[in-house]
Design a protein around this ligand. Structure first.
Ligand code: ADP
Ligand code: MG
Length: 281
């Protein structure tokens, strides 16, 4: 669990702090966010839930430096975002994004898609390729590295997108309805993947979902309505339903995880939980 001792936003505790964010979209005069304040600590896994139109994506866009608030401020690792000159670099170096519509490039293989964010990295081409393969192995797609997106199932496409989001070793993953286009089995697989990233690598994750059952797999649930945060509570945890795979109980990292030398010292070789089976359709 993360260190909650520091709430100043300058130390190890708080990674992102939104203060009194409002967002007024000029066309239609929509108050998409109204005085929203939120702290996200390093290592947290939080789900943002709420009805369609409640402001979830707008909030995520503010947290991920994709859009500017009308008023208020977001602090990233203690720095006011309005003082950060290059948001492109901030996003590229620090933030991994996963969206509902995977946004994979159809003419590129899985391996090439994962390398897209690395094109500006100083790594030589061979190291980038090696890293892409390792990331695909981590998400359970080591057997699909040369497949183009159209030859992958939707669940596998989203796994490629997650591997791509991890390419530059971000400090936070922001996912906007990542399972919105997936069947329930693939959706569960993607949630298992996020849970493993969180548990085994301490990844900070903010995930929007409208699926109550999946959202309960996060450790904290922020509920929005009409542009405001209505509740912010620890997750009660998933309900145990008949036929549900045993992924709701905490899964510890398997003993003897391989730590990859070189590129990223803290990542295990595979983040798949032992029960996970790569989805096929
Ligand atoms: P959610 O992700 O919870 O469905 P959004 O953050 O997308 O909600 O939208 C919140 C509100 O802002 C909605 O009323 C939506 O129609 C409006 N909205 C979102 N994006 C824009 C935009 N670019 N221009 C105008 N209105 C927008
Ligand atoms: Mg949305």
């Amino acid at each position: 669990m993360s260190n909650y001792a520091d709430s100043s936003g300058n130390g190890n505790g708080v990674l992102l702090r939104a203060e009194h964010l409002t967002k007024l979209y000029p066309d239609g005069q929509v108050n998409a966010l109204i005085d929203v304040s939120l702290e996200i600590h390093r290592g947290e896994y939080l789900a943002v839930m709420g009805p369609s139109g409640s402001g979830k994506s707008t909030l995520l866009n503010m947290l991920g430096a994709l859009d500017r608030p009308t008023s208020g401020e977001t602090y990233f690792e203690g720095r006011p975002m309005s003082h950060i000159p290059n948001w492109n670099r901030l996003r590229a170096q620090k933030i991994g994004f996963v969206f509902q519509s995977f946004y994979l490039l159809p003419v590129l293989s899985a391996m090439e898609n994962v390398q897209v964010p690395m094109f500006e990295s100083p790594l030589p081409a061979s190291a980038r390729a090696r890293r892409a393969v390792e990331l695909l192995e981590e998400v359970g797609l080591g057997h699909r590295i040369h497949h183009s997106p159209e030859k992958l199932s939707v669940g596998e496409r989203q796994r490629v997108a997650i591997a791509r989001a991890l390419a530059n070793d971000p400090v936070i993953l922001l996912a906007d309805e990542p399972t919105g286009n997936l069947d329930s089995k693939s959706a569960l697989g993607v949630f298992d993947l996020f849970a493993s990233l969180h548990r085994q690598q301490g990844m900070t994750i903010v995930l929007i979902t409208h699926d109550d059952e999946l959202g309960r797999r996060a450790e904290r649930i922020v509920r929005m309505q009409d542009g405001q945060i209505r509740s912010d509570t620890p997750s009660p945890g998933p309900r145990v339903a008949a036929g549900t795979p045993p992924c709701e109980s905490p899964v510890e990292a398997p003993a003897g995880l391989h730590i990859r030398p070189g590129v990223s010292s803290h990542r295990p070789k595979s983040i798949l939980p032992p029960f996970a089976v790569p989805d096929r359709g």
